[in-house]
Write a protein that binds this ligand. Sequence first.
Ligand SMILES: [Fe+2]
Ligand SMILES: [Fe+2]
Length: 299
Amino acid sequence: MRIAHISDLHAFELKGAALWQFLGKRSLGLLNMWRKRAAGHPLHILDALCRDLNRVSVDHIVATGDLTNLSLPSELARARKALDSLRLGPREISVIPGNHDVYAWDAYLRRSFETHLAPYCAGDDLPSEPPHFPYVRVRGPVAIIGCSTALPSPPPLADGWLGTPQLKAIGQALDAQKGRFRILLIHHPPLPQSLDLLRALRDRRALQKILRKLGCELILHGHEHRDVRSALPGPTGDIPVIGVGSATYSDPRPDRAARYNIYTVIENGPARFEFRVEQRVYSPAQGEFAQGAAPQHGT
Ligand SMILES: [Fe+2]
Ligand SMILES: [Fe+2]
């Protein structure tokens, strides 16, 4: 089974946004974007990403958050339009939110992310209900557990929080899906000393404790906008933790250019798995993605 991992699209779209939506934190975010981010994630790279995802051979796509910049309905609609243009349907595309997808309280309270992207984060158990996190999707030998660390926080914070109910449900899902290749999707990296305090996952130690007991075959995250490969201790060995750079970032530096990963999961017998990683990188000269070198992961 081949799974594409995209992250941090930061789709920017102001068309249709109302003035009141910029009262508060969004006005600061907009200023910040005009300074650096709007040019950093141009929509033509998002379009090239969609073309490439429709070209490569993958069975599933996961998106680990920050699909938008300011959690505006217009941005969520733009992200939805991009997902709707993909060959694979919503059952084969699993998304979770990042901190930018609940940037403002109105988006959080109205559950804008879940409303706009419902088919892409619907669990197997209650597909017609409004999505809730964590969701579980079983696809062949793979079980995808998608959680949300996204909460609005005052500037300059960009931290994340799972909370007790979600931690408990993640533990139950990991336990129930033992024997499958369990992939945990999480926007903020759950690493011991990840990021600075302003951008970290607050309750990462509680999640690490659950993972140490119940294990997991692969943890995928975003948020850092760079390739990161690390590991967390599990009951029978290390659990690989992989963060991928932004899939839409415009940067001439080869290690920062827009990219995404493809994982090939190979089943070697009952509950015995391995996986390979390859990377697709955006070429500004070609205006398209192409096979990249093996990811150069920092730690
Ligand atoms: Fe991001
Ligand atoms: Fe983020």
